[in-house]
Write a protein that binds this ligand. Structure first.
Ligand SMILES: Cc1cc2nc3c(=O)[nH]c(=O)nc-3n(C[C@H](O)[C@H](O)[C@H](O)COP(=O)(O)OP(=O)(O)OC[C@H]3O[C@@H](n4cnc5c(N)ncnc54)[C@H](O)[C@@H]3O)c2cc1C
Length: 366
């Protein structure tokens, strides 16, 4: 067992690294556990190759970017350059990160928590859960699980085929723009169909600028609004296909409906329809969550479970904190007046880093 730590941080993403940097500067004993073999492994695992990284600050926030070392540069660098920056920071500051070590469980009570990992046990006073959230949502379409991709593994694989990207947010926009660029550069005439179940797409300014640029440069992006994925079928060649309906069905009488739609091989489909929070992990750790009902949740869906946090992002267990992607897109905050309300939490590098600062400022002042 290692020495008694002030704080054990789970995850070397932007949030976990920022917390480690602050702990190091304050001379506190800390350890960052990372299950992957790199800093920012979560970003490596989820971003399309060459995707530009933005230091986006949501409008409602006024604080400047809190920890410069993990701030993406203003020059909109590709993700690979941002990862290099993180590697250099980890090396130059000699951050105490254990790579390829996975967090498993917590035992004991504050201030003597025992953290069990894939290869050891650590004694620590505080724990920061900064493990992000990368559990992709399902479309709920028969047959999707085996064949529908959630991100681009290798963009070149999509040259020469019509691709369907599903989702109305930034991740889908990034994937559509990246694929379009790869096709355009390869002088490939096939298209990227970008479908969303609603009429309105919700992407931020930076992502929209990239997408607009790509379209103006002659990208092959075709937008499908109100496109509803329907049950898959198998075609004559035995290939699983996904239907999307672009119009609501017109009643033809006698229980007959007329739809206009398109059908894609499922292997040509990339579904970027969001991620769900690590509710099961919070359960296993005995951290209190609230089940959403229409009356208390505006952002989360009815029935979803949201982690309960103080305004210092402390969970129901003293000394255990949760930040960043792990608590997005919303959590329950117990205000200083004792009133519990749902709090929106944008899943951005800035918000993860700001969370780390909130927790560390609180710990360092107590
Ligand atoms: C395609 C895409 C594009 C995006 N573009 C932008 C952008 O341009 N600008 C922006 O601000 N945001 C962007 N985001 C969002 C941003 O990447 C996230 O908000 C941010 O990475 C969240 O940081 P985090 O530290 O909370 O979690 P993560 O970055 O997910 O880091 C969590 C880390 O914890 C590790 N981990 C997980 N479980 C364990 C375990 N059990 N034990 C040990 N380690 C574990 C993971 O390997 C990972 O490295 C984008 C997201 C996506 C998907």
């Amino acid at each position: 067992m290692a020495e008694n730590l002030d704080i054990l941080i789970v995850g070397a993403g932007p949030g976990g690294m920022a917390a480690g940097i602050m702990a190091r500067e304050a001379g506190r004993s800390y350890l960052i556990l990372e299950k992957g073999s790199n800093p920012m492994q979560g970003i490596i695992d989820t971003y399309p190759k060459g995707k530009k990284v933005y230091p986006t600050i949501p409008k409602s926030y006024t604080e400047p970017f809190p920890v410069d070392e993990v701030r993406p540069p203003d020059s909109r660098v590709p993700v690979e350059a941002y990862i290099d920056q993180a590697r250099a920071v980890a090396e130059d500051l000699d951050l105490n990160i254990h790579y390829n070590e996975e967090f498993k469980a917590i035992e004991g009570r504050y201030p003597d928590y025992l953290v069990k990992t894939s290869s050891g046990t650590y004694l620590t006073r505080n724990i920061l859960l900064a493990f992000g959230s990368n559990i992709p949502n399902d479309l709920g379409i028969y047959g999707e699980a085996k064949t529908v991709a959630r991100k681009i593994e290798n963009g070149e694989d999509y040259i020469g085929i019509n691709v369907l990207v599903i989702g109305g947010g930034n991740a889908a926009a990034d994937v559509a723009a990246s694929l379009s660029r790869i096709k355009r550069e390869a002088e490939d005439d096939t298209s990227v169909y970008w479908a969303h179940i609603k009429e309105k797409f919700e992407i931020n300014k930076d992502t929209a600028r990239d997408l607009g640029e790509e379209m103006l440069l002659g990208g092959h992006i075709k937008i499908l609004q109100r496109a509803v994925p329907k049950i898959g079928e198998v075609d004559a060649d035995g290939i699983d296909r996904l239907y999307i309906h672009q119009t609501s069905g017109r009643a033809m009488g006698n229980d007959l409906y007329l739809y206009q739609g398109m059908s894609f091989p499922m292997k040509n489909v990339i579904a970027c329809i969001g991620h769900h929070g690590p509710s099961a992990i919070f359960d296993a750790l005995n951290l209190q969550q609230i089940t959403c009902t229409g009356a208390i949740c505006k952002i989360a869906k009815e029935g979803e479970r949201l982690l309960m946090l103080s305004h210092h992002l402390e969970t129901s267990q003293k000394g255990i904190f949760a930040i960043g992607g792990a608590i997005s897109p919303s959590h329950m905050e117990i205000g200083s007046d004792g009133i519990i309300k749902e709090k929106r939490h944008s899943n951005l590098i800035y918000t993860a880093v700001l969370d780390a600062k909130i927790v560390m400022d609180h710990l360092l002042s107590s």
